[in-house]
Ligand binder design. Sequence first.
Ligand code: GDP
Ligand code: IMO
Ligand code: MG
Length: 432
Amino acid sequence: MAGIVVVGAQWGDEGKGKLVDVFASKADMVVRYQGGANAGHTLVVNGQKTVLHLIPSGILHPETVCAITSGVVIDVFGILDEIKRLKAAGLLANPRQLLISDGATVLLPSHKALDAAREASLSGEKIGTTGKGIGPAYEDRAARRALLFGDLFDRATLRAKLELHLREKNHLLQSLYQAEPVGIESLMAQIEQAAGELAPYRCRDTGFIINRALKANKRVLFEGAQGSMLDIFHGTYPYVTSSSTLAGSACIGAGIGPMQINQVIGVFKAYATRVGSGPFPTELNNETGERLRTLGHEFGSTTGRSRRCGWLDLPALRYAIRLNGITNLALMKLDVLTGFEKIGVCTGYRLDGELLTEPPPTQSDFVRVEPVIEWLPGWSQDLTKLTNLKDLPRTATNYLDFIGSQIATPIDVISIGPGREQTLWVKPLFNN
Ligand code: GDP
Ligand code: IMO
Ligand code: MG
């Protein structure tokens, strides 16, 4: 049995997509268990870029089955676009490569409209959401009125639930936000058309299939979306997403037991980024931040927004290691630090004269922390063509060793470029 969770250990966009694609060549299944099309996972193979939002990042490997489980909120029109793009590229030739659980939550245009209207109605305190309707869709799930993916295939249930849904959403959109309502007849027709096209991917219960695969000693990768600091319960609330982004959520979202997870791989960048509002202690609002953004191409894969950039934040990483029970780490984008004369690393926070090694629990404290920065010498060599760890410049190795000494968790993978092949292994995956 090999259940491995790949989870973002920062504020999202750590490079999870690339890593999952690399690992997926050896995986039997890749599973998305939370989030929705707010995710933007980028895969680069032979110079060809694929950006995925809902489809798991194992999809470029025809032998790997990809599953979207009940914990995910599915934009039915968005996923169809993704499927069409993949097919146009000659991928997803066999529909059995993609399984969508009947228990997943359906995300509708009304959720997106509400997301946009809510953000527009806020003045100073916007969350800075991706506008993909994620919050409103999870609200419906929690309120027990969500449309489920399986409902799309039963006309009477679909209509009844949609009527109930639009009665409430249109009232909110029109009366509270002075926004346009969503018409039922055209939406019903569009959904029925989409349902017809999505029918080949329908799976009654992906959890059953995942469980069976694990019991048969197959290798199952659980692909996290977003990052630990965006978790609804343990992130920088309220500047978070609306799902639990942590490794434990893989069990809940997929419908398997915790003992079926053997390894939790935390993905982090050699520096830090954040999109949207919320505390970010190491943020660099200066030329260095701009340089990181330019060199790292730090623009959102989903919204194209500029990502906020800063030095690596070890207190946040330690916190993510604890929250997820991370057993192994993958360090991404080391190549981006080439050319910096000195590199900052935040080893702790100062708050009211006290030194903290992890983020404080309340937001009012978190926004007040001062990062303690240690400086390490940089390197000037291009790393992107290296094929062997031993060829890393000494100062780059020192940087890795310094991080290792601070977090007591092994770094097993080092990524030195967006391409699949730009990956250095300290230790192979699937060691059992
Ligand atoms: P995800 O949401 O965690 O999958 O990450 P994104 O795809 O949103 O953002 C990561 C970006 O960094 C993408 O553009 C990747 O192609 C790119 N990337 C991933 N790993 C590396 C790396 O090691 N070096 C560089 N330069 N880019 C990388
Ligand atoms: P991946 O999987 C980075 C952020 C948004 C916003 C907050 C809430 O690509 O790492 P939401 O639309 O979820 O209600 O927005 O969460 N956010 C992400 N930031 N990467 C992501 O996904 C994100 N998904 C949501 O920018 O601050
Ligand atoms: Mg992303």
